[in-house]
Design a protein around this ligand. Structure first.
Ligand code: GAR
Length: 208
């Protein structure tokens, strides 16, 4: 059974999609051991608690400096001995030591087709604002492993979503969530939990 930590900062609809997929059997051989937020008001924490999952907040604001936060954060995460860390709308830069320790064991959902509209400053609604400003006709979402860069790690799954005439960033964001994020994030977790993914030379190989 793959033990998963889900890191969140906001509403937690991706967390909900993961929990629903576990309940319905779309994800097998995995369970969420803990949900960690940097924001005590994140609704994602409520979603976790409603599901009987341990939910906690650890915020950089409560520490003297970033180094102290990073150390406490990593110690807390390590205490759960998870096999996989899922970033589901987690908006904090990860400690380098964590990326090193959990190499190829941290995945992130990003709301665009990487390498478009990703990297520094592209998170949440800003991603969809960028897509609309550029006038792309197709966008989507990407699940990737996390490395030292911003949205640069090996790509696991991508799904395209149409941009429609008259879309606002909010409307597009919702469509990308419904048609892509909430599907491919659970799918990637299921693939990892069932040993279907390996990483070789920075590329994801799917073993069917
Ligand atoms: C999601 O759209 C996710 O892709 C995005 O934040 C949102 C969180 O929503 N993540 C990023 O932009 C990371 N660069 P949620 O809290 O409802 O799952």
């Amino acid at each position: 059974m793959l033990k998963v930590a889900v890191l969140v900062s906001g509403g937690g609809t991706n967390l909900q999609a993961i929990l629903d997929a576990m309940d319905s059997g779309k994800i097998t051989n995995a369970k969420v051991s803990v949900v960690i937020s940097n924001n005590k008001n994140a609704y994602a924490l409520e979603r976790a608690k409603k599901h009987g999952i341990e939910a906690l907040c650890i915020s950089p604001k409560d520490f003297e400096d970033r180094a102290a936060f990073n150390q406490a954060f990593l110690e807390k995460l390590n205490s759960y001995q998870v096999d996989l860390v899922v970033l589901a709308g987690f908006l904090v830069v990860l400690p380098e030591a964590m990326i090193k320790q959990y190499r190829n064991r941290i995945i992130n959902i990003h709301p665009s087709l990487i390498p478009s509209f990703c990297g520094k400053g592209y998170y949440g609604l800003a991603v969809h604002e960028g897509a609309l400003a550029r006038g792309v006709k197709v966008t989507g979402a990407t699940v990737h492993f996390v490395d030292e860069g911003t949205d640069t790690g090996p790509i696991i799954l991508q799904k395209a979503v149409a941009v429609e005439q008259g879309d606002t960033p909010e409307v597009l964001q919702r469509r990308v969530m419904e048609q892509a994020e909430w599907l491919i994030l659970p799918q990637a977790i299921d693939m990892i939990a069932n040993g279907k993914i390996s990483v070789c030379d920075g590329q994801v190989i799917v073993n069917e």
